[in-house]
Write a protein that binds this ligand. Structure first.
Ligand code: NOJ
Length: 480
């Protein structure tokens, strides 16, 4: 593997965008004055995940997760998520903050090891109670919960048995998911099985940068298949338990585009990145098969493919109610001159000039992506489950956080949402990443609409948060 390329690509594909790094930088619009509005039932809100905000990593009967272990192993990451934003303790006042933000929906994830400390077997009643109360409070405040079942933190006991490379983990997931479906019952309509499974598998089992820190491509590929199987089993389970529920999966879709749209080599490079990345998950779900070009590529590079058993693809391709989309940026690719990023043989073409000289936000990649998904996946409903940016936010002498650039970033992406809807894309919602500043998988990050002082756990609604609340209230999104 050509590691520098892999790292560059991974940074891009993870969506580690700062506010000004979005997409290509050309054509910054002067359309900010225009009013945008959304249908009444548009799921507009904010997003978070358990490991990134909850803390309380070993309290009230919670079991160890692979991220607890990984982040507390010296040399793996800079900071652990043991306390994070202390949300497990502060959730009641955090719901009041959500109310202040005026959101109609709140996407959060459940920590599996809080429910099943060992991954399967005995249930921890305090873990169940926590999420039940959170959902109750959200409903009481007219906030629609969107619950993700898995956002990267696997019970360590399951990791010890091979984690997502072990087919049995899919069965354990089905049990855990069914427990959640039953316990939260009709209070939760919107469910997401997995968040960004590419990251779980490739960052965790191939590049080893995330938990559990393994470096083996066939193991990562086996992980993809187990996760898809687990997804399909959960979809089947919810149809039995709560037929009214809506369920989907969230993929990271940092759309690869050809460096030169007329160059066949560049077109192929972008296809390889897209097909090995999000289509590797979406195609089995929507079409019942893995992308053939990538299967062929792995075969030609002698990479062992996952163990696919009779009936698996049928389970995996259960109809879903929507596709969850995490979008941060687009990136351009070409075929590598030399070896490139093994086994894909592509390389990323960073536009350094635009990265360092032009700080304007261009969100047009989102429109391109939404139209591409709409056409490819038969006009499926799409829910934007993440979109946002990191910024060097600070509290000024007045005690305020003036994150103007985030306002512009969000506005411009919402503008693309509106355009896509006008052009017929079936977009049903947008949850911004993120609700709170949080633990960004190795360090603290400032992507929130609410600032968090990680020493005192004080929260301050940022300027972007007040702007978002006003826009939602008036259903009138505009730049001032
Ligand atoms: C995607 C991930 O789902 C989320 O956990 C992460 O914090 C954001 N990207 C920002 O990096």
């Amino acid at each position: 593997m050509n590691f520098p390329h892999a790292i560059l690509l991974v940074g891009i594909l993870l969506g580690l965008a700062s506010c000004s790094d979005s997409a290509t930088k050309k054509n910054s619009t002067a359309e900010g004055e225009k009013k945008i509005s959304f249908p009444k039932d548009f799921l507009i809100g904010v997003s978070s995940s358990a490991y990134q905000i909850e803390g309380a990593y070993n309290e009230d009967g919670k079991g160890e997760s692979n991220w607890d272990k990984f982040s507390n192993t010296p040399g793996k990451v800079r900071i652990n998520g043991n306390i994070a934003a202390d949300h497990y303790r502060l959730y009641k006042s955090d719901v009041l903050l959500l109310k202040k933000l005026g959101v109609k929906s709140y996407r959060f994830s459940v920590s599996w090891s809080r429910i099943y400390p060992d991954g399967t077997g005995k249930i921890n009643p305090k873990g169940l109670a926590f999420y039940k109360d959170l959902v109750k409070l959200l409903k009481a405040n007219d906030i629609e919960p969107i619950v993700t079942l898995f956002h990267w933190d696997l019970p360590q006991k399951l990791e010890d048995k091979g984690g997502w490379a072990n087919r049995e983990t899919a069965v354990a997931f089905e049990t855990y998911a069914s427990t959640k479906f039953k316990e939260l019952g009709s209070d939760v309509t919107w469910w997401t099985t997995f968040n960004e499974p590419w990251v779980t598998c490739f960052m965790g089992y191939w590049l080893g940068k995330y938990a559990p820190g393994i470096q083996d491509l066939p193991t990562a590929l086996q992980c993809t298949h187990t996760i898809l199987l687990a997804h399909g089993l959960a979809v089947k389970a919810i149809r039995r338990i709560n037929p009214k529920a809506k369920i989907g999966i969230t993929l990271d879709l940092q759309m690869a585009i050809p460096a030169d749209p007329h160059n066949p080599g560049d077109i192929k490079a972008a296809e390889i990145v897209n097909n090995s990345h999000h289509a590797w998950f979406a195609d089995p779900i929507f079409f019942g098969k893995y992308p053939q070009d990538i299967v062929d590529l792995y075969k030609s590079e002698k990479v062992k493919l996952p163990d696919i058993r009779t009936g698996d693809m049928e389970i995996i391709s259960q109809p879903v109610d929507y596709l969850g989309l995490n979008f941060y940026n687009t990136e351009t690719f070409k075929m590598a001159v030399d070896k490139g990023w093994w086994p894909y043989k592509v390389e990323s073409v960073a536009d350094e000039k635009s990265l360092f000289e032009d700080k304007s936000v261009d969100a047009s990649g989102l429109l391109t992506l939404l139209k591409y998904l709409d056409a490819k996946y038969s006009h499926t409903k799409i829910l934007i489950t993440e979109n946002g940016c990191g910024n060097e936010d600070y509290v000024n002498h007045k005690g305020e956080v003036n994150d103007e650039i985030r306002i512009e970033y969000i506005y411009k992406h919402l503008e693309m949402c509106r355009k896509a809807m006008n052009e017929g894309v079936n977009l049903i919602g947008y949850t911004n990443w993120s609700f709170l500043d949080d633990y960004e998988w190795g360090t603290f990050g400032r992507m929130g609409l609410v600032y968090v002082n990680f020493k005192t756990q004080e929260r301050i609604v940022k300027k972007s948060g007040y702007w978002f609340a006003k826009c939602i209230k008036e259903n009138d999104f505009r730049l001032e």
